[in-house]
Design a binder for this molecule. Structure first.
Ligand code: FMN
Length: 179
């Protein structure tokens, strides 16, 4: 989780993603999480199986040899996108990203910023061309959300789909209300 608005997306993903979860929160994320979600970073950490500091460049995920399925950065700042696009790996999150890309792992960024400058768009394009999934924190409305939770669930459900996990957080297009 990095320091963008939308900490709730990261929290909801942790709550719904099956399997073993390894969490890193950037320093800015740690200030935004309580402001936006009411959870402390420690409470969010307890939703994961392991937590590492963003400064811990000796953590297992800092090595390409550590095997796992999907790297999510949720929410993802444009600052982190810029680092990722330039190959800067001076934090655990940016180092884990660099390793994930070089090892060809599935990598999904839920980026939150608007409007976007050409710098941001070019960075995102560069990563998309490498196969990184750029998934803006961008809810749809065809499932007729009634609450903010419904809108959050759409974005998180789309994340679960990227991980190959069957999701029931929102009704996909074509599914009836009782499906
Ligand atoms: C309250 C708050 C909200 C922020 N929201 C965003 C955001 O939505 N998107 C973004 O790209 N940066 C946002 N930022 C700026 C980033 O936190 C800042 O660029 C930081 O250096 C990112 O570092 P990180 O990617 O390592 O977390 C926000 C900062 C604060 C304090």
């Amino acid at each position: 989780m990095t320091g963008a608005s939308g900490a709730v997306y990261g929290v909801r993903l942790l709550q719904n993603l099956p399997g073993e979860k390894i969490l890193v929160m950037s320093e800015t994320a740690k200030t935004i999480i309580p402001a936006e979600t009411g959870y402390t970073p420690e409470q969010v950490g307890a939703m994961a199986d392991a937590v590492y500091s963003d400064g811990d460049l000796a953590a297992p995920i800092a090595s390409g040899t550590f095997d796992y399925d999907v790297l999510f950065v949720v929410p993802c700042t444009e600052s982190s996108v810029a680092k990722f696009a330039c190959g800067i790996a001076d934090t655990l999150i940016s180092r884990a990203f660099m390793c994930a890309v070089k090892e060809g792992r599935k990598t999904v960024l839920v980026v939150r910023e608007t409007p976007k400058s050409a710098i941001m768009l070019e960075n995102e394009l560069k990563l998309a061309r490498l196969g990184v999934v750029i998934m803006d924190a961008n809810p749809a409305f065809y499932h007729q959300p009634e609450t903010v939770d419904d809108m959050v669930n759409f974005v998180v459900g789309r994340c679960l789909m990227q991980a190959g996990v069957k999701q029931n957080l929102f009704r996909t297009w074509g599914e009836g209300p009782s499906d």
